[in-house]
Design a protein. Structure first.
Length: 213
């Protein structure tokens, strides 16, 4: 008797996987892979931090002189989040692709994951935490986001807001398309671009009504 399997019988021999099981598998697998990458990157940097002596430097963040013990290979995003507690700057890709780590350096947007901290010692860094007034009044772009309830999970929000603030200072009255182009260095994993743009356009309008224009 032959061991050959009739083609028609192959499907019935495979384990039955429901669509729900398949989707759960993809989500869990994808999450595990991306978390593993992030954790690997973090643990590598932590390991380096433990083995290489840092240097105490002062950087100007949100108008304050902040002291931090910094490795020569340490990124600004890492220093802001893990040394200075400014976790509003998000780390998404950690490789200059998503824009979630955007901060302003001397009013120009930069990906903080791709800037070495020791290179910005004489520069002015502005993060999302430094946007609101001391009395708690939100920056007009932040207020625009609140007004329009833009963003879904909002992980990308600080980066979008920082990019918009810089763009709107130079272009206070943009069309929707111009503003979209201005923040095109920022990505949203929730794909909520239409609402985001509506919120940022409201922010632009708010800016024109205030002294921020
Ligand atoms: S985390 Fe910096 S660009 Fe994505
Ligand atoms: S709203 Fe979720 S990543 Fe942009």
């Amino acid at each position: 008797m032959s061991d050959a399997i009739e083609p028609g019988k192959i499907g019935s021999m495979l384990p039955v996987i429901s669509r729900r099981d398949f989707i759960k598998g993809v989500i869990v697998g994808g999450a595990a892979v991306s978390s593993a990458g992030y954790l690997f990157r973090a643990s590598t940097l932590l390991a380096q931090s433990g083995s290489v002596a840092g240097r105490l430097i002062t950087i100007n963040v949100n108008g304050l002189q902040r002291r931090a013990d910094v490795m020569k290979q340490e990124t600004l995003a890492w220093t802001l989040r893990h040394k200075l507690g400014l976790t509003g700057t998000k780390l998404g890709c950690d490789r200059a692709e998503c824009g979630s780590c955007t901060v302003l350096i001397d009013d120009v947007p930069h990906y903080a994951c791709s800037v070495l901290t020791h290179t910005v010692r004489n520069r002015k860094i502005l993060t999302i935490e430094g946007l609101a007034n001391a009395d708690g009044t939100l920056h007009p772009v932040q207020q625009g986001v609140v007004d329009e309830q833009g963003f879904q999970c909002a992980f990308c929000m600080p980066g979008f807001i920082m990019s918009s603030v810089a763009f709107l200072k130079a272009n206070p009255n943009p069309t929707r398309a111009e503003l979209a182009n201005g923040v095109s260095g920022n990505l949203c994993r929730c794909q909520d671009y239409d609402k985001i743009l509506t919120a940022l356009m409201r922010g632009a309008e708010n800016m024109r009504k205030t002294s921020h224009a």
